[in-house]
Design a binder for this molecule. Structure first.
Ligand SMILES: Cc1cc2nc3c(=O)[nH]c(=O)nc-3n(C[C@H](O)[C@H](O)[C@H](O)COP(=O)(O)OP(=O)(O)OC[C@H]3O[C@@H](n4cnc5c(N)ncnc54)[C@H](O)[C@@H]3O)c2cc1C
Length: 478
């Protein structure tokens, strides 16, 4: 290895990889034996992301900057279109190479392709690496060499594979002789759009790589054995809570995969551990679908759904009531309020609120997808689109449209003791849960909501909504 000081520096373009451990691009930078300049770019694409996710990004960047300082490095922050920022940085430093971890959504792919060709044209070494996923989406193929549309065969194709080996964290990252200038994180005001919701979110989040690793350990020790039986109950702390960390790359999916695989050797935990790996593979499946059918992010995966007469008015009063968690259906409202306060929603509740919107309210799944994108701290471009299309019935491996969740039956089955409802619905409770009250502090004042008001009557009668949805489905033109 050549001493770092005698070589030109290397720019490590940080994106959804706010970690030091198991970071292939960072490892390649260290292997190159050069000084490393980690840079995060707030480009227009990132500025357009949802309010809660930007809030979470700000927290994640602050935590990651601290971890870099602990290993003798720094996080340089720059704002602007990626090509221009990188070219400016290259001109301001002696760096001759840029490394980054790959992203797979069409907008990022287009940006990264343009960056790569511009850099290479200027004689700069530009290299991208894996790390966001267990397996690259193009590396998983059917026997005929095609892509998968159904989850089960996708799982069978990867279950026995071994993702790349875990890469340890560096104890030191070589610094350049002189650091380039950096923006101040607070000047970006990434939290601004959350307004009064920001302090509610803060109470529910531990951020950064160390928190993610701790969470994984606690989950494996305390919850993995019962994961299979308990993960569907929104009132139980049965899931890992890792989705925020995975979305921002504060932990690699390989860490979760290998932790679960180790636990599979323990008979008590084997079933839960296998189930957990299967859930990680749902995330992989979402990326696989998006890679092969990028239009799924905003168009029906199955185009025959284009003629379905969805309600699609973004200002419809019923849609506003749904967003506000005021549909009068407790499980639906609890899920939507949980999301507003914490930036997350239990998976069972995500399915129920999505089914209610697309079926009982016959509203286009895109309206729900956009609201989730604005409110979820764990927003993930592929999983969100797959989840919505799966529930709506328009996705490749979707639940059929006529399978309509009854939110009351779902509540009886998965929240029989009302723990979840009690935690999130304040109206009508003698001693409301603090989280249920926090909802009223977090929402915009313009909504004029009060926990003392009566709980709303259902905006849609469940039987009528179901009948209307089935009528539309049976009379559809495809
Ligand atoms: C309509 C809808 C929208 C969704 N939007 C998102 C989203 O924007 N971001 C997101 O990360 N997940 C999304 N999901 C999937 C799922 O609800 C969350 O991943 C899960 O609730 C996160 O909690 P956890 O980390 O405790 O999960 P765990 O049960 O502990 O699972 C571990 C990990 O497996 C992955 N995973 C689990 N279930 C799924 C799934 N159904 N699809 C894809 N990956 C999964 C996640 O990365 C998760 O962190 C959505 C689901 C639906 C139905």
């Amino acid at each position: 290895m050549t001493p770092a000081s005698t070589c030109s520096a290397l720019i490590l373009w940080i994106r959804r990889d706010l970690r030091l451990c198991d970071h292939p691009a960072l490892q390649a930078a260290l292997d190159a034996g050069r000084a490393v300049i980690p840079v995060y770019i707030l480009d227009p694409e990132t500025e357009a992301l949802g309010a809660a996710h930007l809030w979470r990004l700000e927290q994640g960047l602050a935590a990651f900057a601290k971890s870099l300082t602990a290993v003798g490095s720094r996080l340089i922050l720059r704002r602007g279109p990626a090509v221009q920022v990188l070219q400016d940085l290259l001109a301001q430093t002696d760096a001759k190479a840029v490394f980054w971890q790959r992203a797979y959504d069409p907008a990022s792919v287009a940006r990264d392709t343009a960056v790569k060709s511009a850099l290479k044209a200027g004689g700069i070494e530009a290299r991208s690496f894996d790390g966001h996923l267990l397996f690259e989406p193009w590396d998983v193929e059917t026997k005929q060499g095609g892509s998968f549309r159904v989850y089960s065969p996708f799982w069978r194709a990867v279950e026995a594979r071994t993702p790349g080996p875990l890469i340890p964290s560096p104890s030191q990252i070589p610094a350049p002789a002189e650091w380039p200038a950096s923006d101040d994180l607070h000047s970006w005001a990434l939290s601004a759009r959350m307004r009064c919701g920001a302090s509610a979110l803060a109470a529910h989040h531990e951020v950064g790589e160390a928190a993610a690793l701790r969470k994984l350990d606690v989950f494996v020790d305390m919850a993995l054995a019962n994961y299979s039986s308990d993960r569907d109950f929104p009132g139980k702390p049965a899931c890992s809570g890792l989705s925020d960390h995975l979305a921002l790359g504060e932990i690699s999916p390989r860490r979760g995969w290998y932790a679960a695989q180790r636990a599979e050797a323990d008979t008590n935990a084997a079933k839960g551990a296998l189930h957990f790996r299967k859930e990680l593979v749902w995330r992989e499946f979402a990326y696989h679908l998006m890679w092969h059918s990028p239009q799924m992010l905003d168009q029906n995966w199955r185009s025959e759904w284009d003629s379905f007469p969805w309600h699609d008015d973004p200002d419809a009063p019923a849609l506003l009531a749904w967003k506000q968690g005021r549909t009068g259906i407790p499980l639906v409202d609890a899920g939507l309020r949980e999301m507003y306060v914490t930036g997350r929603m239990h998976n069972r509740a995500r399915m129920v609120v999505a089914s209610y919107l697309t079926k009982h309210m016959q509203t286009h799944w895109r309206q729900g997808l956009e609201w989730f994108a604005d409110c979820l701290t764990d927003w993930d471009v592929a999983s969100n689109a797959m989840g919505w299309q799966w529930v709506a019935g328009s996705g490749p491996d979707a639940a059929p449209y006529f399978r309509i969740f009854n939110p009351v039956t779902q509540q009886m089955k998965f929240d029989g003791d009302n723990a979840y409802i009690h935690r999130w619905i304040a109206e009508g409770q003698r001693h409301p849960h603090p989280d249920a009250l926090r909802y009223f502090e977090a929402v915009p004042r313009s909504w004029t909501l009060s926990p003392d008001a009566p709980y709303p009557a259902p905006i849609v009668d469940l039987a009528e909504g179901r009948r209307a949805a089935l009528d539309l489905y049976e009379n559809r033109s495809f």
